[in-house]
Design a protein around this ligand. Structure first.
Ligand SMILES: O=C(O)c1cc(=O)[nH]c(=O)n1[C@@H]1O[C@H](COP(=O)(O)O)[C@@H](O)[C@H]1O
Length: 308
C-alpha cells in the first residue's frame, strides 16, 4: 500500500523541507551510530545497541529538528539485521513526523540505478525515506531514474558536488568539457560546477510543477573554505543545499554564514527560488546523548547559532 494513501496530494520534498526549516531551524542531524558513540552511550556494539541508539535520537529530536540523516553504512556493517534496524527507524521517524534523508550515496548505470531509486524513493519500498544522497561519478544522466522517481513520489535527492573531504579535490575540481544542455552553455567547467548545472537544468524543467526543487546539491563545509566562497555558482540551482562539515570536521556556524550567506537559504546567495541551505552535524550533536534533553539542547544551540 502506498505510504501516501489517504494523505491527499503530496507536497514536493523541497516545500516540506522549507516548512520544516521555517519551524525548527536549518540544522540536519546525522544519525551516525559509530561504534565509539554506542560505547559512549553505554551501549553494546551490537544490533540491540544500534536499535536503541536510533530510536533515542529520533524520539529526542522529532518535533525539534528539520531533517534527520541516517548514515546507511553504519547500519550495513551489521548486515541484514542492521538494515532491518534502519528500516524500522525510517518507519518510526515517518510516524513521528520528522523528515528523513537516507545517506546511501548511490549511483550506478541506468538499469541498476532504477533499482536503487526504487529501494529508497518508492512509496512501497521498505527502506523509503523522504530523500536520498547520490553520487554522480557515473554521470548525472545515469541518476535519471532516481530524479524521475523523486519527482513522481514527492521525494528529493541530494547529489554530491563539492564534498567536505580533502581527497575529493582532484576529481571534483578537474576541468571538464561540457557539451551544453538545458540552460547550461558549452565550454570548459569544473566537474563540481557541471554537476550543479545539470541539477539546475533538472529543477528548471520542473519549476512550478509537482517536482519543483527535487534535485539538491551536497556542498561540503570544511576548514579550507572558512571565510571564502565555496567556489560554485549555485544561483540557478533552484533546489536545497546540504552542507556537511559542521563540528567534528572543523566547520562552525560562522563558517556557514561566511560561505553561504545568511543561513536557512538566502535569496541573494542562491537565487530567488534556491535553498534552503541545510548544514549537517552528526558526531558533534550525538556526543551530547543519550539524554534527550541534552540532545535537544545541542540542536537548539546549533540552530540558534546558525540563525542568530
Ligand atoms: O553526503 C553527506 O552527507 C556527506 C557529504 C560530505 O561531503 N561530507 C560528509 O561528511 N557527509 C556525511 O555527513 C556526515 C558528517 O558527520 P559528522 O562529521 O560527524 O558531522 C557523515 O555521515 C558523512 O558521511
Amino acid at each position: 500500500m502506498s505510504r501516501f494513501t489517504n494523505r491527499g496530494p503530496v507536497r514536493p520534498f523541497r516545500a516540506r523541507l522549507q516548512a520544516a526549516v521555517a519551524e525548527h531551524g536549518p540544522l540536519c542531524v546525522g544519525i551516525d551510530p559509530h561504534p565509539g558513540l554506542l560505547k559512549d552511550w553505554g551501549l553494546d556494539v551490537d544490533v540491540a545497541g544500534l536499535e536503541w541508539f536510533t530510536r533515542q535520537v529520533i524520539d529526542a529530536l522529532a518535533g525539534g529538528v528539520a531533517l534527520l540523516k541516517p548514515q546507511v553504512a553504519l547500519y550495513e556493517v551489521f548486515g541484514s539485521a542492521g538494515l532491518a534496524v534502519l528500516e524500522r527507524g525510517l518507519a518510526h521517524a515517518r510516524e513521528a513526523g520528522v523528515l528523513t534523508l537516507a545517506d546511501a550515496k548511490r549511483g550506478d548505470i541506468g538499469s541498476t540505478m532504477a533499482a536503487y531509486a526504487h529501494a529508497w524513493l518508492a512509496d512501497d519500498a521498505p527502506l523509503a525515506a523522504d530523500a536520498v544522497t547520490l553520487s554522480p561519478y557515473l554521470g548525472v544522466g545515469a541518476l535519471a531514474p532516481a530524479l524521475d522517481l523523486a519527482v513522481a513520489t514527492g521525494r528529493g535527492v541530494f547529489v554530491l558536488t563539492r564534498t567536505s573531504n580533502p581527497e575529493a579535490a582532484g576529481v571534483q575540481s578537474a576541468q571538464a568539457w561540457v557539451a551544453g544542455s538545458g540552460g547550461s552553455a558549452r565550454g570548459m567547467r569544473e566537474v563540481a560546477q557541471s554537476v550543479v548545472d545539470a541539477l539546475a537544468d533538472h529543477n528548471a524543467a520542473h519549476a512550478g510543477g509537482p517536482g519543483e526543487g527535487t534535485a539538491g546539491a551536497v556542498v561540503g563545509l570544511t576548514r579550507g573554505t572558512t571565510g571564502r566562497d565555496h567556489g560554485l555558482d549555485l544561483s540557478a540551482l533552484g533546489g536545497p543545499v546540504l552542507v556537511p562539515g559542521l563540528g567534528a570536521q572543523g566547520g562552525t556556524p560562522a563558517d556557514v554564514a561566511a560561505v553561504f550567506g545568511a543561513p536557512g537559504g538566502h535569496p541573494g546567495a542562491l537565487g530567488a527560488d534556491g535553498g534552503p541551505v541545510v548544514p549537517v552535524s552528526a558526531r558533534e550533536v550525538l556526543t551530547s546523548g543519550p539524554s534527550h534533553r541534552a540532545l535537544r539542547a545541542a540542536v537548539d544551540a546549533l540552530n540558534g547559532a546558525l540563525t542568530g
